[in-house]
Ligand binder design. Structure first.
Ligand code: ADP
Ligand code: MG
Length: 350
């Protein structure tokens, strides 16, 4: 199905607007593809929306080309190459994302830190180009290297000039990595495109970052499955029922390797340089902005359950499902979660 639709979309791009098969007949228009190192799928609940899908596709690629650390000509790569040397002029989209990322770095006391690039390259876990032979994905860095690199991780050393849209990293070797916020940003911009096109209902999934737009035809709530952080991909612990919202998860299962029985994953603790290690397996947030939820879910995952409480006070619209290593589940805020996986225990709403 994915493959066929991807094929269908490519055909459309080549042959100019040949109707989708399969999904068109069901009153839907869908797009499946791959970008930012992850699969994405967009379903518009209206038939024949090829132009909108084309605009969405082009926009996703534009964002990737601006913000990926794996594309040498991207804004982020150019900023990193000029670290300690000079300020770099960037596209206003990139500038806005970095500005928002710095806000969340400030808000989370540095638990979320977009200047974590040198550390993510050292570990090589979160890199979206796994075929890159320069990276050994099963290597634990030397403590000395971690210590050296940690001095290059500090969001306060990102200098923004909003009049000229320039970004300067003050230290040589310092690097941005916007991997914890760009997918959410992309989801939000996709929502904008869909709304502007006058489409009322849609489901967006960019690498597991979801946005349910509008309401179902029969007015029943959307159901969104919550990934089982210990299970196979696609396995769920339960589902939430919700109106329009984004649903974003940060967890230990997305990208990782195991060595000597230890699970090393891609969300790094900027304070000690190691994968965040606390009582959590995953945290799922619902929020009106997927970008905010993306940055916050990473921050909360780094901080852990007890220490992240203050973030909820500053962000009233946000609700969360925490999945713990002891298989307990806790909720925070207004969220309608139904547990279906008997291996887990759901505690009372906080
Ligand atoms: P996912 O990519 O699975 O959705 P996240 O949104 O939590 O998960 O983003 C993780 C990515 O963000 C990593 O792959 C890495 O590029 C980057 N990253 C890792 N740790 C941090 C951190 N503490 N602050 C900001 N970015 C981080
Ligand atoms: Mg994130």
């Amino acid at each position: 199905m994915n493959y066929l639709s991807a094929l269908a979309f490519k055909k459309i791009k080549i042959l100019f607007l040949i109707p989708f098969f399969v999904s068109c007949m069901q009153g839907e228009s869908s797009l499946y593809d791959f970008a930012m190192g992850t699969a994405f799928s967009i379903t518009l609940y209206k038939h024949g929306q090829y132009k909108v899908l084309d605009e969405i596709f082009t926009n996703i690629k534009t964002i990737e080309n601006l913000m990926s650390v794996n594309i040498p000509s991207s804004d982020v790569s150019r900023i990193n190459a000029a670290a300690g040397i000079e300020a770099v002029h960037v596209n206003e989209k990139t500038f806005k994302v970095i500005e928002r990322a710095i806000y969340f770095a400030y808000l989370s006391g540095g638990a979320f830190d977009p200047s974590i690039g040198a550390l993510t390259s050292l570990w090589g876990i979160g890199n979206d180009n796994r075929n890159d032979s320069r990276n050994d994905y099963h290597r634990i860095p030397l403590q000395d290297d971690i210590d050296k690199i940690l001095s290059l991780v500090n969001w306060r050393n990102i200098v923004l000039d909003s009049e000229n849209n320039t970004v300067f990293l003050t230290q040589e070797g310092m690097a941005l990595d916007l991997g914890a916020i760009t997918k959410g940003y992309t989801v939000d911009r996709t929502v904008d495109i869909i709304r502007n096109a006058g489409i009322k209902r849609a489901k967006i999934d960019i690498g597991g970052e979801i946005y349910m737009l509008g309401e179902k035809t029969d007015k029943t709530p959307w159901r969104v499955g919550i990934q089982d952080p210990k299970g196979v991909h696609g396995g769920i612990i339960g589902f939430i029922q919700t109106g329009e919202t984004s649903v974003v998860t940060s967890g230990i299962y997305e990208r990782f390797f195991e060595k000597d029985g230890i699970h090393y994953h891609h969300i790094l603790n900027p304070f000690n340089g190691y994968p965040a290690d606390n009582e959590l397996l995953s945290v799922t947030l619902t929020a009106s902005s997927a970008m905010d939820a993306d940055a916050l879910s990473t921050a909360i995952f780094v901080l852990g359950y007890e220490n992240a409480g203050f973030l909820f006070e500053t962000q009233p619209g946000i609700a969360a499902i925490f999945v713990f290593k002891d298989l307990n589940i806790k909720m925070s805020g207004d969220i309608d979660f139904t547990l279906t996986n008997k291996a887990f225990n759901s505690a009372m709403q906080e």
